[in-house]
Design a protein around this ligand. Structure first.
Ligand SMILES: [Cu+2]
Length: 396
């Protein structure tokens, strides 16, 4: 609401300024001034220097942005292939930076050098093969190199050897949460289908499949350091995107198909927390939080909890109203801790059994919900009929 008011005030101010300049123009009527619509040499000079001013603004803002916000970018990658992605990204940035600095400079310099002048006539030529060759060949070669390097990186990252010893984990996306399913002892995920979703079996795992018997469903992802983890993604409803920023991994989750991504984590959560850049970052966040907490407490609110770093799995597709909150904590353990953590989890088969056992005594309660649903349906039908009748009368 406040921002709307601010926008309205700004618009009104702009209108007022515009009207003021019109009044100012009217007061100048009759005064000796050049009011011709053709630009004079003086006009051209002024425009030329203003353009240089804008060029300086672009350069200064770029440098300022790099100095002020450059440290906010993701730092050390936490996966084996991460440095490959970062390399590709950095090369692209450097290229863009160099090209932008040179082309913007040339653009403004030539506009200034060839600005309007009464004594100069523009030279007309239909085309220049040499020029066109230069501006076509150079970008093509540079882009081809970038794309080839990108393809090389992509193939390297996406290749999973069939015989390789990997950990199979399913990531299940739905509005608005993630669930993970571990393949268990056999390291084979059981079949699944959204049509089989029922009760605690929220992922629709086909429990008649022998491979599904030891599958484990959890809401916090644990993975071991130094071991390749092969993720298979599914989505229940709309497009989601599994995004692990620290591991430089992202893959769309598409309803009706299984997508995949594999990576090897290289730092445990504890190790990553100890990296100097992370210690500094967390200290900085907590400094800001402490200031904010002091403000909140002064207003009678509660203080914020101090921040500790955790890897996250985020959703990177705007998938609905609570998309911003669609995340899952990811913990990278040492292989021993990972084994211990997984061994303490119950399998989905056990969960289903336990749920069935817990439900039995409460069986009498089930019909009530059925009755309630039936009553609601009847009321809906009555309302629809009345609506139709009213509409008919209105038509007449
Ligand atoms: Cu999502």
């Amino acid at each position: 609401m406040t921002s709307l008011l601010v926008i309205i005030v700004l618009v009104l101010l702009a209108v007022a300024l515009w009207q003021l300049t019109k009044i100012f123009d009217l007061t100048q009527v009759g005064a000796s001034s050049d009011d011709s619509q053709v630009a004079s040499d003086n006009d051209n000079n002024v425009q030329g220097y203003i353009m240089f001013g804008f060029l300086a603004f672009i350069y200064i803002f770029t440098i300022y942005g790099l100095l002020k916000w450059g440290n906010l970018a993701l730092h050390t990658p936490a996966s084996e292939h991460g440095s490959l992605v970062d390399n590709l990204m950095n090369i692209t940035w450097v290229l863009i930076f160099i090209v932008q600095v040179i082309t913007q400079g040339l653009l403004y310099w030539f506009s200034f050098k060839n600005r309007g002048n009464k004594d100069r006539k523009a030279l007309f030529f239909a085309d220049s093969n040499k020029l066109e060759a230069i501006w076509s060949i150079i970008p093509s070669v540079v882009l081809a190199c970038l794309i080839l390097y990108g393809l090389y990186a992509w193939n390297n990252i996406m290749f999973v050897d069939k015989d390789e010893d990997v950990i199979e984990i399913e990531l299940y996306a739905q509005q608005f949460k993630w669930t993970a399913r571990y393949a268990g002892q056999d390291n084979v995920l059981g079949k699944a289908n959204v049509r089989l979703i029922e009760g605690v079996n929220t992922l629709g795992v086909d429990m008649s499949d022998p491979n599904a018997q030891d599958d484990i469903v959890v809401s916090e992802l644990h993975i071991p350091k130094g071991k390749k983890v092969h993720f298979k993604m599914r989505s229940q409803d709309v497009l989601h995107s599994a995004y692990f920023p620290h591991f430089r991994a992202q893959m769309n989750c598409v309803p009706g198909m299984v997508t995949e991504f594999a990576f090897v984590p290289t730092y445990t959560t504890a190790e990553y927390r100890e990296l100097p850049f992370m210690v500094e970052k967390v200290a900085n966040i907590n400094k800001l939080r402490a200031e904010r907490s002091a403000e909140l407490v002064a207003k009678g609110g509660t203080a914020l909890d101090p921040y500790t770093f955790d890897y996250l799995l985020l959703c990177n597709k705007i998938c609905g109203a609570s998309h911003y909150n669609m995340q899952m904590k990811v913990v990278v353990d040492t292989p021993e801790d990972y084994k211990k953590w997984l061994s303490e989890k119950t399998t989905l088969a056990q969960d289903i059994k336990a749920a069935a056992a817990a439900e039995k005594p409460a069986e009498g309660a089930a019909p009530t919900t059925d009755t309630a649903a039936k009553v609601i349906d009847t009321v809906k039908t009555v309302v629809d009929t009345v609506k139709a009748a009213v509409a008919k009368v209105a038509m007449k």
